[in-house]
Design a protein around this ligand. Structure first.
Ligand code: SF4
Length: 350
């Protein structure tokens, strides 16, 4: 049975959900929804449209087939949404996993306690015991997913990419919503197919996309339709999801905790510098000509940090475009002129 998670970063211990005999499934918004009447009854108008979209689905019963939903401590919006969902959502079970802001020994101790508390909860709702053996198998499966995605990502990066950013992103979404064994088979098959492709010469300019966690490919497709190759997807549902593996030491819950504490926190937690360093490293690696930093309307953490982040790109001498956008696909078309103007700017830098 599927077990959903609402995570504005990547703090969900998917391995534990798998070890409980459940399938971790990132819950996604529905960008085709243009009105969120039910959610609007309970949320103030200046709350992020992604969370609004999810609450609307939860109230209207779209998520009631899930065994439960995990909220991780990401942005403030996610945390407060948990309180709203407890009262208004039509779902089977809700759980809140607290994730420390700091990255030290005390944080690790705290997270270990939280993970053990979550383990007991998963055992209760699934009726299955989570053993170390099951956790080790789940870690292997998730590490395989991450490793396959890293391998596939290489085909977006070349100077003449054979895999488009939007095509790759569709695969990433599957990896975060399907059973891992199925997803791994699918990515493996995609890899074999992509390896046979003959490069036809990429577009003149390559960009890296970062900012608010995107969960639908339309934004990437829009950028590509402006004659730009998206060679990097450095946001939480993108490369941050598969950048690192859990290192196994024979203590699986400890290994998962160390993995979560070691990763750079997403900019939903302050300061954004560790994540920025991750983005800048990736810009070099994928040899992007510029960065598109996009933020969803009312996405507080990414908008709050945008000036600081854009200044840092400027200091590094990387051309960057900032775009604030709506959650619906219809709202995206109005961004085309700005993306095309950015392409002209990139032309002047080469
Ligand atoms: S879009 Fe922004 S504010 Fe909304 S849940 Fe994601 S990180 Fe939080």
């Amino acid at each position: 049975m599927d077990y959903g998670y609402f995570d504005s970063g990547n703090f969900t211990p998917e391995e534990m959900i798998i070890a409980a005999g459940l399938v971790p499934k990132r819950i996604l918004g529905d960008s085709a929804i243009t009105t969120t009447v039910e959610a609007d009854k309970y949320l103030e108008p200046n709350l992020c449209y992604f969370a609004r979209n999810l609450l609307n689905q939860a109230i209207t019963g779209n998520l009631k087939n899930l065994a439960g939903i995990l909220f991780t401590h990401g942005c403030d919006c996610t945390s407060r949404q948990y309180d709203v969902w407890k009262v208004h959502a039509d779902v089977k079970d809700l759980y809140y996993l607290n994730v420390p802001l700091k990255r030290d020994k005390i944080a690790l101790k705290f997270l270990l306690k939280e993970l053990n508390r979550f383990k007991s909860h998963l055992e209760k709702i699934s009726g299955n015991t989570i053993t170390n053996e099951k956790l080790e198998v789940a870690i292997d499966q998730c590490n395989e997913t991450r490793s396959l995605l890293r391998e596939l990502y290489r085909f977006c990066k070349n100077s003449s990419p054979v895999l488009t950013g939007s095509e790759f992103f569709r695969v990433i979404v599957k990896a975060q919503t399907l059973e891992k064994a199925v997803a791994n088979e699918l990515i493996h098959a995609k890899l074999q197919e992509v390896k046979q492709r003959v490069p036809t010469g990429g577009k003149k300019f390559h960009v890296l996309l970062t900012g608010t966690p995107l969960d639908y490919p339309d934004f990437i497709e829009l950028v590509e339709s402006c004659d730009l190759d998206v060679v990097g997807v450095a946001f939480s549902m993108g490369s941050d999801y598969f950048a690192r593996d859990v290192e196994k030491t024979g203590d699986p819950i400890g290994d998962i905790a160390r993995f979560l504490v070691a990763k750079p926190p997403n900019p939903t937690k302050h300061p954004p510098d560790p994540f920025l360093d991750f983005v800048l490293d990736e810009v070099k690696e994928v040899q992007a000509d510029g960065i598109i930093y996009q933020a969803l309307k009312f996405c507080e953490p990414y908008l709050y940090d945008s000036v600081y982040i854009l200044n840092r790109f400027k200091e590094e001498g990387i051309p960057a475009l900032f775009l604030e956008h709506e959650y619906t696909t219809q709202g995206l078309a109005s961004l085309r002129t700005r993306i095309e103007a950015f392409k002209e700017i990139l032309g002047g830098t080469k």
